[in-house]
Design a protein around this ligand. Structure first.
Ligand code: HEC
Ligand code: HEC
Ligand code: HEC
Ligand code: HEC
Ligand code: HEC
Ligand code: HEC
Ligand code: HEC
Length: 303
């Protein structure tokens, strides 16, 4: 708990102003970003774009909806002073129904209870990655957030100074990041590349959701002199489908005659989809050559 409190103390010196303040001068960024999964990563269930689908949940009064609904929505509620529950049923968009929450053993289980005050601070961490600015614990050990969802100041830092003196900069501009720095910045929520000595289980399909970790293993990333970063393929303010510009670096890839590439997207073979459980799917960001039916780890090509 102590390190977390220290982080809060340092952050308190700089104030978040909220995305509405940025809208006044960056209207286009604001409108586009508001439609992304990031902006909807945390909301009140009643305000969620899929609210009508959650009627099966009236029994246990969900307080917070985690997840924009591109893949799934998990519900969290305060059950008593100092305790929150992650509900056992989540809504899976591609299945069109509720099913067991990721990581929970049984469907229809009551859920997992988390103390607010704990060494691991698990429930506070949920809110930290799914909201912007400081996460506070108030009266009755109730958790509140500065702004729900991943908004401007998650990536640009607290905007107080910039809003009053924009001409002086005073704001983080990730345009200046190197590819490795971008991996770190996005990785603060999507998980960072492995440090030397880390032992990643590449056979665990759940790990493929850690895109920075996987991208950092790719020959494309390692051998392109820092030219390949998250922003090469993703529109950070617009969301939507990735646009991998493979052709910018691979003008004429060498394929065997037997490899039927015509009419298929490059990523369908080189970033295969991994399904850790029904209803969730992740593109393997370790770009490489894969054997059919083995999407977890590319074939070592010995060069
Ligand atoms: C009062 C108007 C105003 C507000 C409010 C404002 N900005 Fe800006 N912002 C500017 C101006 C002016 C520039 C510099 C000119 C340009 O490149 O558009 C700028 C530039 C930026 C840049 C690029 C900085 C650089 O080093 O090139 C970022 C990033 C940015 N703003 C983010 C934000 C965020 C995030 C917010 C909300 C916290 C915000 N702005 C609120 C006016 C504003
Ligand atoms: C503060 C935490 C945080 C940071 C920083 C962050 N993300 Fe995310 N990101 C999330 C969460 C949470 C979701 C899940 C949203 C949902 O449920 O749809 C997500 C979803 C996404 C998605 C899929 C949904 C969509 O809108 O397309 C992409 C792509 C993505 N992030 C890319 C990035 C990139 C690139 C960066 C760095 C520039 C980044 N993220 C930084 C937390 C973060
Ligand atoms: C380290 C940051 C982090 C923490 C902690 C975290 N999340 Fe997330 N969460 C993410 C990111 C990033 C995504 C986007 C995953 C993707 O699509 O690759 C995400 C996605 C989700 C989704 C959408 C479905 C899915 O699995 O992709 C739900 C629901 C969700 N998180 C709920 C939670 C809950 C509940 C907790 C706490 C028990 C939690 N998260 C803790 C970063 C985090
Ligand atoms: C997930 C991280 C993320 C979020 C959230 C985010 N930005 Fe950015 N922003 C970036 C990155 C990365 C860049 C630099 C490269 C680029 O523009 O793609 C950037 C660049 C900018 C710039 C500089 C001009 C430009 O487009 O290059 C402005 C202005 C800006 N962002 C404003 C905003 C505002 C306003 C919001 C909220 C409505 C916002 N950003 C939300 C990551 C983010
Ligand atoms: C910024 C440039 C860049 C981009 C963009 C890029 N790559 Fe690469 N890629 C490279 C480089 C450099 C290598 C290493 C070439 C070598 O070793 O001869 C490589 C290697 C590869 C390999 C061989 C992998 C191995 O393990 O040997 C494949 C397959 C590949 N890329 C596919 C793709 C696909 C598909 C995309 C788009 C999703 C893509 N690349 C995007 C630069 C890039
Ligand atoms: C070479 C292109 C490329 C790069 C670089 C890239 N992505 Fe992706 N990403 C994709 C593709 C393709 C998908 C599949 C879904 C789609 O088409 O939008 C995807 C999907 C995602 C998703 C949705 C969940 C999933 O795994 O399918 C997230 C989150 C994401 N990327 C985050 C990141 C982050 C963070 C980085 C930087 C570490 C990154 N991506 C770098 C191409 C790329
Ligand atoms: C049907 C699956 C499939 C599709 C689609 C596909 N590839 Fe490949 N790719 C392979 C296989 C398999 C290999 C290994 C060589 C072989 O057996 O043809 C390979 C090899 C490569 C290599 C390494 C050889 C070299 O030239 O250095 C690159 C780079 C590459 N592909 C890029 C791409 C790009 C870019 C696209 C999209 C334009 C693409 N691939 C589409 C299956 C595919």
């Amino acid at each position: 708990m102590l390190p977390l409190l220290l982080v809060f103390a340092v952050q308190a010196a700089l104030a978040e102003v909220g995305s509405a303040a940025c809208k006044a001068c960056h209207a286009v960024h604001f409108e586009r970003q508001s439609a992304t999964g990031h902006a909807r990563a945390l909301s009140l269930p009643s305000a969620h774009p899929m609210a009508s689908k959650f009627s099966a949940l009236v029994d246990f009064k969900p307080e917070w909806a985690f997840g924009g609904g591109q893949q799934a929505v998990t519900f969290v509620s305060r059950v008593r002073t100092g305790a929150y529950i992650e509900h056992g049923l989540s809504y899976y968009t591609s299945l069109g129904r509720m099913d067991a929450t990721p990581g929970h053993a049984a469907a229809k289980g009551p859920g997992v209870l988390y103390p607010v005050i704990s060494g691991e601070a698990e429930i506070l961490r949920c809110f930290q990655c799914h909201s912007t600015g400081q996460v506070r614990v108030g009266e009755g050990l109730r958790i509140s957030v500065t702004e729900p969802g991943v908004r401007c100041e998650s990536c640009h830092g607290p905007g107080e100074k910039h809003v009053f003196a924009p001409g002086l900069g005073n704001v983080v501009n990730p345009a200046s990041y190197s590819a490795a720095e971008m991996n770190q910045a996005c990785g603060s929520c999507h998980r960072k590349p492995a440090a030397a000595g880390d032992n990643t289980d590449w056979n665990d399909p759940w790990n493929t959701r850690h895109q920075p970790l996987y991208l950092a293993e790719s020959a494309c990333f390692l051998k392109s002199e820092g030219k390949l970063s998250c922003g090469t393929c993703h529109d950070v303010h617009g969301g939507g489908a990735a646009k991998p510009s493979c052709g910018g670096c691979h003008v004429k890839p060498r394929h065997a005659a037997a490899t039927a590439v015509v009419g298929k997207k490059c990523q369908s073979c080189h970033m295969p989809v991994v399904v850790p459980r029904p209803g969730l799917a992740f593109a393997n960001h370790w770009i490489g050559v894969y054997a059919p039916g083995r999407p977890l780890r590319p074939i070592a090509r010995g060069r």
